[in-house]
Design a protein around this ligand. Sequence first.
Ligand SMILES: Nc1ncnc2c1ncn2[C@@H]1O[C@H](COP(=O)(O)OP(=O)(O)OP(=O)(O)O)[C@@H](O)[C@H]1O
Length: 252
Amino acid sequence: MLEVRNLAYEVVENGEKITIVKDINFSVEDGEMLVITGPNGGGKTTVAKLLMGVLSATGGKLLLDGVDIAPMAIDERAKAGIGYAFQQPPIFKGMTIRRLLNLAAGEELSEDICCELLSSVGMCAREYLDREVDATLSGGERKRVEIATVLAKQHKLCIFDEPEAGIDLWSFSMLVKEFEKIHKEKKETLVLISHQEKIIRMADRILVIKDGTVDRCGAAGEILPLLFGGEDSCACINRKGGNGYGVGCDNK
Ligand SMILES: Nc1ncnc2c1ncn2[C@@H]1O[C@H](COP(=O)(O)OP(=O)(O)OP(=O)(O)O)[C@@H](O)[C@H]1O
């Protein structure tokens, strides 16, 4: 189980403190899927990076199965069972896709398994295996390779930051099926950051982050009508000129 308590991240710029996120509280039960959504610039990626350890929290607690992972470095968190796919995947010049998948899996994978992983993210597998993870791959290809690295291993907690970004429609449908598989068959705990209705509708719980803090959080059945459906949500979005996330609803 993941428990996030009063998570905060501040930076100092030109001697001035800037709060990027604060008072972030939520939990994800084992095997649950949490989707984090909300307006651009709200703080979603920052929260994901704080969970993975790419950034260090300046306040709060991050408990994974009761252990505070906040002081752990990124590699220790990976060893503790957290997998993370970046919103903007890094380039690994000189490293082939095959090698990257092996590293991500923590073992030598057979060519068939490497191909299966790439096929599951919509890549025509064998022709990619010995390509380098460099700028010759398109943004969408890098994104899919990045997602395949997370699929290469069983995790306690998988975090995907906007997996839909830059992915074509056909591959997106395959990805959605993969997420369903991770969620329903492998029963891994999933945190997905997304703006995509199809992904948001797969969630067990939904967290809406706006202006660096929690705007709404609850079971999907409670939050979905506020985001997409029902007369109330439409009324409040239209009436208050909201942004499609139910922000400003009286029924918060
Ligand atoms: N180191 C930093 N210094 C100053 N501002 C920062 C820093 N890191 C993040 N921010 C700002 O904090 C806000 C939250 O950024 P973040 O990337 O977490 O948003 P997001 O919700 O993921 O947005 P999007 O939906 O566009 O991906 C943004 O306004 C961003 O410019």
